[in-house]
Design a protein around this ligand. Structure first.
Ligand code: PDD
Length: 291
């Protein structure tokens, strides 16, 4: 095993060492990025919102017209086995399904006899260090050059990869994607904005991934009576925000305190982001942590 991926990994019904998990160069995931994926956080060896993650996997598979290779219960059994075998209490489970490997290269779907390729593995959950959380992170805005079905969690992520690298090259943690003058999301996160005590969230459209963390935040806001508006956020509003947060299964809730080199609000993580982070921790600890 590597320090970042536990043995065994899951490949097409088998559990085997990573070093022995081979995939054909003709796999359509490799040739075309023709596949889907999920990332499920695990706390105290319990998968967080696994039903929701597996539902999103099923929705994305349906969206690309690929039959789900496993029933819900079978996916859960795979995830449970990986979690039990991995050495870490807190993990991140990666699942991927591609349209498999035919005996030739052809854009159109392969015959039904070609089985999908299913892969899953466990990694340690990499959390944000306390000092980074305390200062917040820098972000960059970039044009959203992705395709028109960003609601599908597909593995063809080149535009996201290039956007994130552009951010990293400028010393930033995330790239915020702007389409037609509106904020959509981050390269690998959803984005929330706070203005005058109201949390603003971009709506779920085909131009944004419906984040599992995003849903939890909406639920927590409602539960705690926090003012919230789900609506399009213009680039101008983004730049005038009091607070900006990025959210994802691995980042949880992280304040963006610098945008394109200018401070967001006071330039420090704001009170609503701190409050939401605390509600998120309380919720997570209530439903997940043992003892
Ligand atoms: N990314 N938007 C995009 C484009 C993402 O890639 C992600 C997550 C999210 C947040 O979704 P969730 O809250 O369900 O993690 C939003 C994962 C973590 C990744 O690609 O590694």
């Amino acid at each position: 095993m590597t320090p970042f991926v536990a043995d065994p990994v899951y490949l097409n019904g088998q559990f085997l060492p990573l070093a022995e998990a081979g995939i054909s160069p003709l796999d359509r995931g490799f040739l075309y990025g023709d596949g889907v994926y999920e990332v499920i956080p695990v706390y105290s060896r319990q998968p967080f919102r696994i039903d929701e993650h597996l539902q999103r996997l099923a929705a994305t598979l349906a969206g690309i017209r690929l039959a789900n290779p496993l029933a819900l219960g079978d996916w859960k059994a795979v995830v449970e086995k990986l979690i039990a075998a991995a050495p870490w209490e807190d993990q991140s489970i990666y699942l991927q399904v591609t349209r498999g490997a035919d005996d030739k290269r052809d854009h159109a779907f392969p015959p039904a006899s070609v089985a999908p390729t299913s892969v899953a593995f466990a990694s340690p959950l990499v959390t944000t260090p306390a000092d980074v959380r305390a200062s917040g992170v820098a972000a960059l805005t970039v044009p959203d050059l992705r395709w028109a079905r960003c609601d599908l969690k597909v593995i063809s992520l080149l535009a996201n990869v290039l956007a994130r690298q552009q951010a990293v090259d400028s010393g930033c943690a995330e790239a915020l994607l702007i389409r037609d003058g509106f904020l959509k999301e981050g390269a690998a996160s959803n984005i929330f904005v706070v203005k005058d005590g109201v949390v603003l969230a971009p709506p779920k459209t085909q131009q944004m991934l419906p984040g599992i963390t995003y849903d939890v935040i909406l639920e927590l806001a409602e539960q705690h009576g926090q003012a919230l508006a789900v609506r399009e956020i213009s680039e101008r509003e983004l730049r005038a925000a009091d607070e900006v947060w990025m959210t994802s299964s691995t980042k949880e809730i992280l304040a963006i305190t610098t945008l394109d080199g200018a401070p967001v609000g006071t330039g420090r993580p704001g009170p609503l982001g701190e409050q939401m982070w605390q509600w998120y921790q309380d919720f997570k600890n209530t439903v997940m942590r043992k003892g």
